[in-house]
Structure formats: structure tokens, C-alpha cells
Design a binder for this molecule. Sequence first.
Ligand SMILES: [Fe+2]
Length: 290
Amino acid sequence: MGHNSVQIDPVDASFGATVSGVQVRSLDEPTWQVLHRAWLEYGLLIFPGQYLSRDEQNDFARRFGELEFAAAPISNIGRSGTIHSDPADDVVKAIRGNEGWHHDSTYMPLQAKGAVFTAETVPSNGAPTGFADMRAAYEALDPATQHHLGHLLAYHSLFYSQARAGYMPSKTNDRGGYDAYGYHDGEPSLRPLVKIHPETGRPNLCIGRHAYGIIGMDPIESEALLDRLVQQACQAPRIHYHRWTEGDAIVWDNRRLLHCATEFDLTEPRRMWHTRIAGERASELAVNYA
Ligand SMILES: [Fe+2]
């Protein structure tokens, strides 16, 4: 299959497309060019029936950039095969925390560029993942609000988001910190609320559950503003929920889109694989780390 067989069908939203007629594990250069352009245009590409191995998934992700981390399980299945379903379990807390709209790794000094996400074992409700278009959300704001937000900076922290949601891990390491990824113990990352996309030049909101403490604003007012922005932004036609089928692979642009997990019956096994693509330092480094 070459680039002539690629079929790109937009989903019913301001972004996102389903791609068929391609084998992600064996892309030729012209097909890759078509896909990369489509990724920048649609922000979310969905590839059904790919059944990628971990190596194939990582190789696909590396086409977009260096990896922040290679394929890691997002799963409620423990090492011994037991299912984590107790609400007090740290694995469950991490899963539930992801149900809030967020960009990945805004809480790290370097925000992620994107991610490849694949489905190995899917619970009966399909455990959809939600995506929301922060470019369209920005464009839907009136010019005065765009101008106002364009001057604001917010901190981003996984400590903030997990504590607020009531999902801090119970287990601490011997230094009193947390071993789970993302509990960055340096200064919290400071980011503009309006981000200029480094490849398209288009502005989009950079908000979500990790954002807090807008500089120069009362913390309560800041929280209310950030909550209101997410609530208004994450509405049709700017949202799309992908209900998973085993073998699906998707790749999203984390600079432009928010995403969130949704609830499923935690007594049913779910195993997803997530490869995170590192942001470019020139555009994804928090302003207080630049
Ligand atoms: Fe995420």
C-alpha cells in the first residue's frame, strides 16, 4: 500500500480523522509525508486494526520526534494478572485522575508533543478516550477575551491536579516523594494560556486540569476562570470521543488537543499502551525553565 491508497475521513468534529488504507508498521516516505501533514491539519489520527507490537508503536512515534518515554502500559491489570479495582488503590487513583481534561506533561519542564496510544485489551463499554480542540476553542472566543487571555500565564502541576481531584498516591518513596511519573519535584512549570503552535503558527488554549495559579490573579478567581474555560471549550463541535476496539492505534497532537479518559467497569481488564513524544525545547519548554 502506497500513499495513493491512503484514505482520510474526517470525524464529525472541528478536528480528527480516521485513516484507512495504510499499514502503520511499514510506511514508505510518501505515505509518511501524507500522514504528517494530516496530523498537523486534524490533530488526531485514528488507525483501526493495526495491532502494533511495542517496537512498531515506538518506531511510529519516533517519526514524529524523540520519545519522552517508550510504550508504557496504561492498565488496571497488575503484574500477577490481578485486576486493580479498589478506589483506594494507587493504580486506580492514577486511572481516575486521567478522567479530567488535560494536555500530557504540561506539569514537566517540557510539554509533550504528542502520543501514540494503542488498545490491546478493551472493556465492554469501549472505555472511550475524549479529545478536545483547543484551537477551535480559542477561535470561538471573542477578541477581547482572546486579548485578555493572551497575557496570562498559569502554573501546571500533577501535585495540584491529583490533590484537587482527591487522587494523590498513598505510597511514598523513602524521600517522602512519589515514584509515579509526573510528580516533578522542581519548580512548577509556568506556561502561557494561549500557545502558538510551533508548526502551524495557529494560536490555541493551553489549559486543563494541571493548570492553576494564574500569575497576578487571586487563586480562587484563577481556578474559577480555568474551570470555566475548560467547560466552555470542551463542547461540540470541538470534542470527539473515540470508543476503542482492540488493535486500534491513534496519534494526537498534544500541543493543540486536550484529552481525557472516561469511566469503565474497573473489574473488567483494560490494557492500553502509551508512547509519549517529547516536545521540542524551542516551543514546549515552560517559560520559567527556558
Ligand atoms: Fe493523558
